[in-house]
Structure formats: structure tokens, C-alpha cells
Design a protein around this ligand. Structure first.
Ligand code: URA
Ligand code: SF4
Length: 310
């Protein structure tokens, strides 16, 4: 990297991938590195960070708050604190956070725009290595006029086989959460930051998508959000929360608080798979508290906590 800020380098890569998709709402800007990269730096891109490297990347300008624990890829607390986005990273956020512009589509226009995106771009996509091991792409589903979009990190085995998001055990938990809000899957929209399953073939275990896979795939998510224009996004777990908020913060710090992404309010909460693994009163109450905030924000009735969301 030869002196250039690695964070700015990553932001540049992210912007380029968005721009490569021709999104009109992504501004064409370049962060000038302090020193131009050398030939060798250009020829040899930084290798992708492994999940463990990403989780433990040291904070540049901040030490973690005392007693804070690291979180795993579902956003579960597990070990020492992860790095927080530095002040300089936050300074770049307004540029990346341009509110979604353009006309609001009718329901029918949204339906056909989403169907075209899935049919013409996602289904045959080979933009990252995940296409090699997928059975089906998982575009997302639900109400194109939804006020609420739930965003997870990526399909698992059941989703890969069916082509539908959140249909395994975590999906049943998400259904419970939605039911607890007095709604059904048909009222909301559900999708992921990547559309193909990321897993470790030797042990057939899911893994979080890498930064490169996320960068390759998220232009589809951006288009989905541009078409749907939800009022609130609920991010489920760490990868989708960190991606949208461009933050390295922990779920413990981000969940339960309002954030914004491109003019849309964002409420991060625990991933349903984490809730299943940590089926405590505290975890369930925290999720319910987060979801209640969403209902209040949308002036929707708050059902009594009846166990439906448990
Ligand atoms: N976990 C996710 O994050 N997304 C799915 O679609 C299924 C499980
Ligand atoms: Fe394409 Fe996304 Fe699948 Fe990668 S994960 S092949 S970018 S659809």
C-alpha cells in the first residue's frame, strides 16, 4: 500500500464496485492516496482478510472500551473488542451515504424491476467465486412496497437449495420475530448482502462472505433498496450491519440504536441464528426491544410480548 491509507483504499475499491454497476446515485469520487501507489503495489492487491483477521483488526486510533467483548459473525459477543471505525472513516461517510434519489416506483413497476434484476443479472452472475459452489442464487423476497427490509448476511444450505432467503432454522426464528411484530413475511422484504452461499466445502460449514465477495455482490442489494425504498432497514447480525454502516463496531454497541444509510433509518439487531444459539431471556428481550423501536418509528401498534417472537 506504500503509505496510502488502507481504509481509503478499501473505500475506493467499494466505490469502484458500486460505480462498475453503473449506479447513478453513487458519486464518482476518488480518495487521493497521500502517496501514489507503486507499480508493485498496483500489481499485487492486498489479499482478502480472513474472517478472523477482520474480527481482530486493531483499531487505528482508538482502544476498545473496557470490558467490551468481540463478536462473531452473527454479532454474538465472544472475545476482545473489535476495531471501531476511525474518525477519519466516519468523515468519509456522508460521501458514501448519499440519500437514494429518483422517482418512487409504483408497486407493479417495483415488481417488474426486481424480477428483471434477478432474472437478467443475479441468476447468471459470476462476479465472484461463490458462483462456483452455489446451487441457486437467493435474490430475496417479500413485499416490494415493504416499509421494513430485513437484511441478513447470505444464504445457508437450505436457502442455497431452495433459492429463498431465511427458510432454515434461522428463518423460522426470523418468522417468529416478524410475527411478534404483528406482521407476516408477506408484509416485509427479506434479503441478504450476498446472493450465493459462502461456506467451507471441506467441512460444509457456512462462513461470512469476504470483503471481495461483499463488494462484488452488494450493488444488487443497493439496487433492491433503490427500487423498494423501505422506511426502515433491520440489519441482522454483524456482516450486514458492518457493511451498511461502514463500521467496525461490535453488535453490542450498534444494536438497539438508530443509524442511517442513504437516508433510510437502520436498526441493527441480533441475527436469528445467534438468538437460537443464545436462547436467553436477555437476548430475546434485546431483539424485542429493537423491534419495538422499529414499530414505534413507523407508528405501528405494538403487540403485547406474547411469546410469538420467542
Ligand atoms: N442466514 C442469513 O443471514 N440469511 C439467510 O438467508 C439464511 C440464513
Ligand atoms: Fe454474483 Fe453475488 Fe453470487 Fe458473487 S455472491 S456470484 S457477486 S450473485
Amino acid at each position: 500500500m506504500d503509505g496510502s491509507d488502507p481504509l481509503k483504499h478499501r473505500l475506493n475499491l467499494w466505490l469502484k464496485s458500486e460505480q462498475a454497476m453503473g449506479l447513478p446515485s453513487v458519486p464518482r469520487i476518488e480518495f487521493a492516496p497521500p502517496n501514489p501507489p507503486t507499480e508493485s503495489a498496483r500489481a499485487k492487491p492486498t489479499p482478502p482478510a480472513t474472517p478472523s483477521q477482520r474480527q481482530t483488526a486493531p483499531a487505528k486510533s482508538e482502544s476498545p472500551p473496557q470490558g467490551q467483548r468481540q463478536t462473531d459473525w452473527f454479532g454474538a459477543p465472544s472475545a476482545p473488542a473489535p476495531a471501531r471505525a476511525s474518525t477519519s472513516a466516519n468523515a468519509a461517510l456522508p460521501v458514501l451515504d448519499t440519500p437514494i434519489a429518483g422517482p418512487v416506483l409504483s408497486r407493479d413497476e417495483k415488481l417488474s424491476a426486481l424480477a428483471a434484476l434477478d432474472r437478467d443479472e443475479v441468476k447468471g452472475c459470476v462476479k465472484c467465486g461463490l458462483h462456483r459452489t452455489r446451487d441457486k442464487t437467493v435474490f430475496g423476497e417479500g413485499n416490494p412496497d415493504a416499509q421494513i427490509c430485513f437484511i441478513g448476511e447470505g444464504p445457508g444450505m437450505n436457502e442455497d437449495a431452495s433459492g429463498r432467503p431465511f427458510v432454515g432454522r434461522a428463518g423460522q426464528k426470523l418468522d417468529d420475530m416478524i410475527r411478534g411484530m404483528g406482521m407476516t413475511r408477506e408484509d416485509v422484504y427479506i434479503c441478504n448482502i450476498v446472493k450465493c452461499r459462502a461456506f467451507m466445502p471441506d467441512i460444509n460449514k457456512d462462513r461470512p462472505p469476504s470483503e471481495e465477495e461483499t463488494a462484488a455482490c452488494t450493488p444488487y442489494l443497493l439496487k433492491q433498496m433503490e427500487i423498494i425504498r423501505p422506511k426502515v432497514i433491520v440489519t441482522l447480525g454483524l456482516p450486514s450491519t458492518r457493511y451498511l454502516l461502514k463500521s467496525k463496531d461490535s453488535m453490542t454497541r450498534m444494536r438497539g440504536n438508530w443509524h442511517a444509510w442513504r437516508g433510510i433509518k437502520v436498526m441493527p439487531t441480533w441475527h436469528p441464528a445467534y438468538v437460537l444459539r443464545n436462547y436467553t431471556e436477555q437476548t430475546r428481550r434485546e431483539v424485542w426491544d429493537d423491534l419495538k423501536k422499529v414499530l414505534v418509528e413507523l407508528a405501528l401498534p405494538i403487540p403485547k410480548r406474547s411469546g410469538k417472537q420467542d
